[in-house]
Design a protein around this ligand. Structure first.
Ligand SMILES: O=C[C@H](O)[C@H](O)[C@H](O)COP(=O)(O)O
Length: 225
């Protein structure tokens, strides 16, 4: 079994229980969680999902997972999602697939937020992966210049010849830092810029991380406090 399948399926089996409302993340790792939840439902388990993207909505529907909108649920028992990078303090970069805003809203609304990450995603320091920042289209070049003041190189994400558009109608600026020295501060600083909607740093949100150890087993990562 590949690493993404191993961590993705373990999350479904270990965290999703009968009667739960589950936040369904976006991407190629949590794909396996969603497919597994679909199988569990076919075997008789009652689970409802809240999707973090249009892409996940489609996948969940294909797998027979009943969906609720966030405003219809009282609480989300657990949200499960992938990450682009995660460190040993469980700080994460997300948004490589452009879904960071809805992912963060759903992670915050959840009683427990679990990340599924193959071994390549676990890093000592965040920053090798360009940090996605969702911005409103109006005045994007000005917003980009304010972001650059934090010491990064920026690229407006494109899809073909036109800017990539998120599910919320916004743009993404990908920001390359050599190393993110203080992720906690940077998360706040970026969100203070007028024009920034949200950034892909997930700080003090992740409860558990499922990854792969040296013996190729899916395990829970130890957290450094
Ligand atoms: O916007 C996308 C999400 O944050 C994904 O969870 C993240 O990019 C990881 O995706 P994948 O599991 O495909 O590497």
């Amino acid at each position: 079994m590949n690493e993404k399948a191993a961590v993705g399926e373990k999350a479904a089996v270990d965290y999703v229980k009968d009667g739960m409302v589950v936040g369904l993340g976006t991407g190629s790792t949590v794909y396996y969680t969603i497919v597994k939840i679909g199988e569990m439902i076919k075997e008789g388990m009652k689970v409802q999902g809240v999707a973090t993207s249009v892409q996940t909505e489609k996948l969940a529907e294909e797998q027979g997972i009943p969906l609720l909108t966030l405003d219809k649920v009282e609480s989300i028992d657990v949200a499960i999602d992938g990450a682009d990078e995660i460190d040993h303090h469980f700080y994460a970069i997300k948004g490589g697939g452009g879904a960071l805003l809805r992912e963060k809203i759903i992670a915050r609304a959840s009683n427990k937020f679990v990340v599924v990450a193959d071994s390549k995603k676990v890093v000592q320091k965040l920053g090798s992966f360009p940090l996605p920042v969702e911005v409103v289209p109006f005045g994007v070049r000005k917003t980009e210049s304010y972001i650059q003041r934090f010491g990064c190189q920026t690229v407006l994400r494109m899809k073909g010849d036109t800017p990539y558009i998120t599910d919320n109608g916004n743009y993404i600026i990908d920001c390359t830092f050599d190393v993110i020295a203080n992720p906690k501060q940077l998360e706040k600083d970026l969100n203070n810029i007028t024009g920034v909607v949200e950034n892909g740093l997930f700080i003090d949100m992740v409860k558990d991380v499922i990854t792969i150890n040296g013996d190729k087993q899916a395990i829970l990562l130890d957290k450094l406090e």
